[in-house]
Design a protein around this ligand. Structure first.
Ligand SMILES: [Zn+2]
Length: 158
């Protein structure tokens, strides 16, 4: 976190605790250059999280709002015909969502989200994991979950 006094890029967290109503984390920080102390708040602001998709070849970046439904759709497709409880899928998606929130950044690379989904699926079901991972990795970040959904249909399951 940049120091608001001297604009130094780095500060250290000295103390971190929830606010009284537990809707935010208050962090006391100290600038590692000028020593000034300041406070930051970390809050859940899911709707404001922006997913950054980069296309390495073109050197372009695309931004769009974080969309839980898209993740849920691709996870559901990866889990198709695996007899996995709806509840477990929900829990996986919520877990990914929570992790994205706790990164504490307003912009999150799509690659990170893909990795989180893969990690969740890896623990849930090996076939679903392989489906997702093989397709997702081939995408090379430029594509999004909607395209993933189409590809899974093409690959076919059972
Ligand atoms: Zn400073």
């Amino acid at each position: 976190m940049r120091c608001p006094f001297c604009a130094h890029d780095d500060s250290q967290v000295k103390d971190s605790r929830p606010t009284e109503d537990a809707t935010a984390i208050r962090r006391r920080r100290q600038c590692s250059s000028c020593g000034a102390r300041f406070t930051t708040f970390e809050r859940v602001q899911l709707r404001e999280i922006v997913v950054v998709k980069s296309n390495d070849a073109a050197g372009l970046e695309r931004r769009e709002p974080f969309d839980r439904a898209k993740i849920e759709q691709s996870v559901t497709l990866a889990c198709r015909k695996r007899g996995i409880d709806r509840e477990k899928i929900e829990r996986l998606v919520s877990g990914v969502q929570r992790q994205v929130e706790t990164i504490g950044e307003n912009e999150v690379p799509s690659r990170i989200i893909g990795e989180l989904v893969m990690e969740g699926l890896r623990q849930l079901d090996s076939v679903a994991y392989i489906r997702f991972a093989s397709v997702y990795r081939a995408f090379n970040e430029a594509k999004d979950f909607e395209e993933f959904a189409g590809t899974v249909r093409d690959v076919g399951v059972n």
